[in-house]
Design a binder for this molecule. Structure first.
Ligand code: PHE
Length: 455
């Protein structure tokens, strides 16, 4: 049973958890939010959200996981939650599985772009006669890579197989080992990109745009978006941190760990801004292109085409992205794997297959809903967007709010104190502040985020 398994080293534990946090949220959501939220004005608000809310909520999940030493539902039961509170773990598991289904498709796209960067297909003319602008070229390639039926299905399947392999190998030999190799590589490649972007001619204008706060663009919605972004980026509300913390050793200092993880995640987002904004201004591209998928799949390849050796840059960049996506999908899947192992006392192999096999048809449906089946809509959204909106805007805040209410109001008060002080062996002066935030401030603010999803 997973309770006996632990991460082998502190570095491995940090690498795995940062791997979960660092994902597409840092690469494509963050710059887009900065763009619409007034540059550094958004950055400042975002840092506030991470520090004041993200870290305390992350700690609540960690406390629960390490005290319960089980999966998202099992840990709640073990710390003495009465029957109805199991629902919180249930929501987390449901949210994580739904997110897994469409996130895996996006992970497949990143792999597809990586492979097509290596092969050169991404830059190959669409047809011998086509007289295309770079923008039109990459728009058409994106159309081709994402909305055709077979390619995205194939790459999503490959991603599922890689995920399953790592998960089957286990917490230490799979998740931890992979993160130990991939995360340092990730930081190295990102650092190279920052260096290259900052040395582009005209980078200064992008930097100025990024780092000069424009408070006139800040609205209540900016704060709500910053909060939502902080939760998504730190992988909160999905049971991931509950699940991973069950593998933390008893001597791990949770507050220090939560601060380290949050700051590293913030650092990656910040560095991504240092890559994106200078690149875009340097090549005179339109700022309106700083939107989600278009940013990474159209605008950045356009930027690479203006640089020497576009294929090389593109290969490195999509490697970066595929790693970010892989370490995140693994952590999302582990939530359900741990649940099945603990709940049904079955082998890890079986649990991994039980998670991965249904993922194949469901992810296929998500993928096809971007192309062939895009006419089928729910509330005006295709299946992919519907699942994304439902899980990200409703289930995640709902799960987090209930978790805060449970920890703040219903769990034994000693739970937080014992875990944050490692059973009274550490001083934990911040604990009362953290409890206050979890009890009052976090539920109130997350409630606003939740309500805003409906208006
Ligand atoms: N936190 C990851 C990101 O920033 C994404 C993620 C979302 C990971 C949900 C796990 C669960 O992209």
């Amino acid at each position: 049973m997973s309770a006996k398994v632990q991460f082998a080293s502190r570095i491995g534990l940090i690498a795995a958890t940062v791997g979960s946090a660092v994902g597409l949220g840092n690469v494509w959501r963050f710059p887009a939010e900065v763009h619409s939220g007034g540059g550094a004005a958004f950055l400042i608000i975002y840092i506030g959200c991470v520090v004041l809310l993200g870290i305390p909520v992350m700690l609540s999940e960690m406390v629960l996981g390490r005290a319960g030493r089980s999966d998202a539902i099992g840990s709640l039961k073990r710390v003495g939650a009465s029957r109805r509170w199991w629902v919180v773990g249930g929501i987390a598991i449901a949210a994580s599985y739904i997110i897994l289904c469409f996130y895996m498709v996006v992970a497949g796209w990143t792999l597809e772009y990586f492979v097509d960067s290596i092969s050169g297909d991404l830059f190959a003319p669409l047809s011998a006669t086509a007289d295309e602008s770079l923008n039109a070229h990459f728009q058409a390639k994106m159309e081709q890579y994402i909305t055709t039926s077979w390619n995205p299905l194939l790459f999503t399947l490959i991603m599922i197989v890689i995920n399953t392999g790592v998960l089957i190998a286990g917490v230490q030999k799979g998740i931890e080992r992979m993160s130990n190799i991939m995360m340092p590589l990730f930081f190295l490649v990102l650092l190279v990109f920052v260096g290259v972007a900052l040395s582009l001619p005209g980078a200064g204008a992008g930097l100025e745009y990024y780092l000069r706060p424009d408070f006139s663009k800040v609205t209540p919605n900016t704060v709500i978006s910053a909060l939502g972004q902080a939760f998504f980026s730190l992988s909160l509300g999905m049971g991931i941190l509950i699940t991973y913390s069950a593998y933390f050793p008893a001597k791990e200092r949770l507050t220090r760990t939560a601060v380290t993880i949050s700051l590293l995640d913030l650092l990656v987002a910040f560095m991504m801004g240092l890559v994106i904004f200078p690149s875009i201004t340097s090549f005179g591209l339109d700022g309106s292109e700083i939107r989600g998928a278009t940013l990474v799949f159209v605008t950045l390849p356009e930027v690479f085409s203006h640089m020497g050796m576009p294929q090389v840059w593109s290969t490195f960049f999509f490697f970066l992205l595929a790693v970010a996506a892989l370490t995140s999908t693994i952590s999302i899947a582990e939530v359900t794997v741990a649940f099945i192992v603990d709940r049904f006392k079955t082998s890890r192999l079986r649990a991994c297959l039980l998670v991965s096999l249904p993922l194949i048809p469901i992810s296929a449906v998500c993928s096809l809903s971007m192309g062939l089946w895009s006419n089928f809509t729910i509330l005006g959204m295709n299946i992919f967007d519907f699942l994304d909106t439902f899980a990200t805007n409703i289930l995640l805040p709902l799960g987090s709010i209930l978790l805060c209410i449970f920890i703040g109001w219903f769990a034994p008060r000693s739970l937080m104190y014992d875990q944050l002080s490692n059973q009274d062996t550490l001083r934990s002066r911040l604990t009362p502040v953290i409890i206050w935030i979890v009890k009052y401030m976090a539920p109130a603010l997350i409630f606003i985020v939740l309500v805003s999803a409906f208006i």
